[in-house]
Design a protein around this ligand. Structure first.
Ligand code: FES
Length: 567
């Protein structure tokens, strides 16, 4: 056991390692027995309301670890509360991954349980753990119960609808405030197929969690049982030396892409999966997301692409019901944390409501997954989620209305004299990884009130930023290279003609090469927000979105070995 390099030592070092640890009421024989020490990486924080039940969840994990003969040790890492952290939680995803990686490697543990919930808490923990590559299992916190407001079921995606109705004068401030009470009904993360639920499905389809992890509500008894069983299983995984690298093969990543298409998962899936692949050393490219999702239909009728909520998804059979339908397309033999293949885990899965989970023969939509666009407006690529877009806008030509920054957008969008109509293409620059910095979720920028009040509900919008997993619309995201890195996106101007053709995967700026070269010669980047501390380091080293927006020096891993002692 790796932990024997601490607790099994003889002489002074062993005394120091054991003596201080025993202060927590752990008898000597526990530390000297050679039983697996399991770290529980906890993202509990009152600043992360979606993970506020994680102390109780950790207790269930501990019970399972004890029962299987292991020794649980809970440790905190930086936690990212999506709704509170400014300027954006994504700025700190890579920082948390460093915290996780170094905490795991530096401490006596033989296996790890990752407690993940709110959006970035999943990829950051998985990325960090990949760079150490110990036996690792993920336990997600589970989604909230469906909210209620004036007799209607609501959840996070309704924030965008309420906001548009308010801005167009169709909803009073009192009504908007009253809706607040129904949005977050219980413990858990957002109750639609937003980024947190997408991430929970991602770990399940990658094979990093026990089956059915993704959809069990946070408050359901089954969530605690799953945490208990995961605690039991990680002890066995240590004995089997079932490390992350044995599970996270290229096949697992391809399975995850196909599963994400079938559930209508968040566009944020792309940057997170690319970053995870980079850490574990699997070759994965932006175009793989298009290639492996192109023939996958939409099988889950969940908001924001569909009608239902995560609670309904659970009652309908959850992700196993979807994976069973997909099995003919998946790599059935991909290994998962329970030691069985994804095929064996899901071949008997039942669907209890075909209005929530469709059969592959009768999908909800043939359009699904992530469309990867290319063209001179995004030389390294951009993405769009067809299932959340308006079909009539998927082939569109229009004149650009450019907002140079998010502040520029906020200052002008409500101005009745803004020269814009429903055929315009809204462009938002400088919200990419370097430019903001941190690539915030502002890509689904609200429409101008003067068009909303005319009943316009969607327009083509293009940015170098991201969109909330709960968002929707004909929204082109992650344009790379971002404006702050130069390239054509940096020099697009109001009035330029832009062509979007999703069928052809084309995003083209109809401006001559000579004119573009001239504009680029005169282009100057905005001054960086900071040149010191983590933010300064982030701006200097973050990669573009098409590579996963990881810091360039964090790619790969350093294993779990530490050769020098601390005393
Ligand atoms: Fe935490 Fe949506 S805000 S999951």
């Amino acid at each position: 056991m790796r932990s024997a390099n601490w607790f099994g030592k003889k002489g002074k070092d062993g005394v120091i390692y054991r003596s201080w640890f025993k202060k927590q009421g752990i008898p000597s024989f526990e530390l000297e027995s050679g039983k697996p020490v399991i770290g529980i990486c906890n993202t509990w924080s009152e600043y992360t309301p979606c993970n506020s039940h994680f102390r109780q969840l950790a207790e269930s994990v501990k019970h399972g670890i004890y029962e299987a003969g292991g020794l649980p040790v809970e440790f905190p890492v930086m936690s990212l509360g999506e709704t509170l952290i400014k300027p954006t939680a994504m700025l700190y995803r890579n920082l948390v991954s460093m915290d996780v990686e170094e905490s795991i490697r530096a401490n006596p543990m033989d296996g790890v349980v990752l407690l993940c919930g709110c959006d970035k808490t999943t990829p950051s923990l998985v990325m960090g753990a990949c760079s150490v590559d110990l036996p690792t299992i993920v336990v997600s916190g589970g989604p909230m119960l469906t909210g209620k407001f004036r007799g209607q079921s609501i959840s996070t995606s309704d924030v965008w609808r309420f906001s548009d109705a308010y801005r167009s004068g169709n909803l009073s401030n009192d009504h908007l405030k009253a809706a607040e009470n129904g949005l977050c009904r219980s413990d858990g993360h957002c109750g639609v197929m937003g980024t947190a639920s997408t991430m929970a499905c991602m770990v399940e389809s990658l094979g990093l969690s026990l089956p059915a992890n993704a959809a069990v509500p946070a408050t359901d008894t089954a969530r605690k049982v799953l945490a208990h069983l995961s605690g039991m299983r990680i002890v066995e995984m240590v004995k089997e030396d079932l490390r992350m690298s044995k599970i996270l093969t290229r096949k697992a990543f391809e399975n995850a892409i196909m599963a994400n298409a079938a559930i209508g998962g968040s566009t944020n899936f792309v940057v997170h999966l690319l970053a995870i692949a980079g850490r574990i050393g699997v070759e994965l490219h932006l175009d793989d997301f298009d290639a492996f999702s192109r023939n996958i239909p939409l099988l889950a009728n969940l908001q924001p692409s569909g009608k239902y909520f995560m609670e309904d998804f659970y009652y309908a059979g959850g992700l196993p019901a979807v994976l069973r339908q997909l099995l003919p397309k998946l790599h059935r033999d991909a290994l998962t944390v329970n030691g069985k293949s994804i095929g064996a885990n899901n071949e008997q899965a039942e669907c209890y409501n075909e209005d929530v989970v469709a059969t592959i023969e009768k999908p909800f939509n043939q359009q699904s997954g992530i469309a990867v666009l290319h063209g001179n407006l995004c030389e390294q690529g951009a993405i769009l989620k067809p299932s959340a877009a308006t079909p009539a806008l998927m082939k569109h030509k229009g004149k650009a209305v450019v907002f140079e920054t998010i502040e520029d957008y906020k200052a002008r969008i409500d101005d009745p004299s803004l020269n814009i109509d429903e055929t315009s293409v809204m462009i938002l620059k400088n919200v990419g990884p370097k430019g903001y910095p941190g690539m915030p979720e502002v890509g689904n920028m609200g429409l101008p009130p003067k068009l909303l009040s005319k009943g316009i509900t969607d327009m083509v919008r293009i940015s170098d930023g991201r969109m909330s997993g709960t968002g929707f619309g004909t929204v082109v995201l992650h344009a790379s290279p971002e404006a702050a890195a130069g390239g054509n996106f940096a020099v697009v101007q109001t009035g330029d003609l832009i062509e979007l053709d999703v069928e052809k995967r084309l995003l083209q700026l109809h401006v001559s090469e000579t004119e573009l070269a001239q504009r680029k010669a005169n282009w100057k980047p905005l001054p960086p927000v900071s040149d010191r501390g983590f933010v300064g380091m982030y701006i200097q080293t973050v990669e573009q979105a098409d590579k996963g927006a990881d810091l360039n020096f964090l790619k790969g891993g350093s294993g779990s070995e530490v050769t020098r002692d601390s005393h």
